[in-house]
Ligand binder design. Sequence first.
Ligand SMILES: [Zn+2]
Length: 313
Amino acid sequence: MRSSVIYELKARSDLWTGDCRGKPDRLVTTGLLGSIRWWFEVVVRGLGGMVCDPSGPGSCPDDSGRRCPTCEFFGCTGWARKFRFDVLDQHDMPQQIKKDNSFRFSFMPLRPIQPKEWALLDLTLRLIADYGAIGGKTVLKPSDEQNRQNEPHHKDYGLIQIERRPSDIQSFSVQMLEDYAARPCWRRVNQAGFAWASLANFWCVNGKYLARQNESFSSFNHLIGRPQPKRQSSGNDSWIAGRRPDRAHKVDAESKKVFSFKDPARTFGFVNGKDVTFDTMKTKLKCAWSDLADHEVKEGKAILKELLSGAAS
Ligand SMILES: [Zn+2]
């Protein structure tokens, strides 16, 4: 079996490493691993695969013991994770990671891992670094009950940069990874409710942010609207804005679909391919940034192509 796969990283902002509940020394790894898993799901769905919500009622395995590609790698009930994950700084396991800190992700194989699984992990980490953000596992979850992501302390957390990635990750074409994601051996998952969390629906604008207290944010906030807690999300604006939980009315929280970071500046989000398309999103974004050019809004498909062509070089 191969030795540990190491990514050397630098924090471009503080990282969100969990709240004060639970064992302090496990906060960093548990939260970050949950977030890596979430983005891995986004990647696999973007490649046409079907992936469960591991915390939802329909999580893997199914009655015949089949798993989705994410559970195959990250584990699920009755199936252990294929690797050990550690977060390390120069000395040990850091209690927290602050802006400009250097640190490492270490993935130590515990069982055989297929080259395509390493390739998907590599793709996931580069997506997070170049276009997304990494955080506590609930920050971006579709069914986040706490809905903490709307609180101010979640702003500007989780931007990372890859300083050095392993040189021996085998590269694959988009087609080859799509074939892997679509293998008939995987479980067929009903993705209703979280199918939006796919790279096919992802967009990112690097270098721009939505400020909280200036005109651009007000206009954007006005555009997306804020749904009343009691009401189900309906219409595209409330779908983008998400929803706070209302236990009395049995309404679950729903993640918002736009995330913005000021330093360094980055804004990303998701469309749903139905009432919220890339075109409707661009129109909304242009209300916030009148100088926005279409090519500044990078879409998931183009990002996938770019990341995989980089992998081949
Ligand atoms: Zn699964």
